[in-house]
Design a protein around this ligand. Sequence first.
Ligand code: ADP
Length: 161
Amino acid sequence: MLTAVYPGSFDPLTYGHLDIITRAAACYDELHVVVFSNSEKNPMFSVEERVHMLQSTCGHFPNVVVSSSSGLLVDYAKKHDIRVIVKGLRAVSDFDYEFKMALMNKQLAPEIETVFMITSLQYLYLSSSLVKEVASYGGKIADLVPPAVEKMVMDKIQTMK
Ligand code: ADP
């Protein structure tokens, strides 16, 4: 059985993430989609809210497991006997950071491979931070995130006012 992990902050989940999840779930027997909370400074959503967001959107994938972690990605992978890390790549701007992370993870755990999936063209410029920015100025985000996420973002913005 070949299991992969797709890590991210998912703050919030976008159609760009969902595209990678859909494609990766078709490539591996099992895909762990894991909310990592260590890197972002001021998240809009708590880890629990992001896990809930992923669970309510990925429920129809029989081989997708949603969870969270605050430790090292390679430690999560080792603990669950996972040999593949899936990352999404948008523009060149993602490349430098992802390259650095992949090399560091290789050094920490040489038996684990990082696999990059190139974004689908329509999601090239889609990021969680862009979604938050557009929504905070009252812009429409229905084309950028699933309906359940759109509602969570709108509700959160109301409570922040
Ligand atoms: P963001 O940069 O949007 O805050 P995350 O940390 O949640 O992203 O991203 C998790 C993973 O998903 C990363 O590998 C990132 O490159 C990838 N990703 C994010 N948005 C997209 C997209 N629109 N297309 C392809 N991959 C994406």
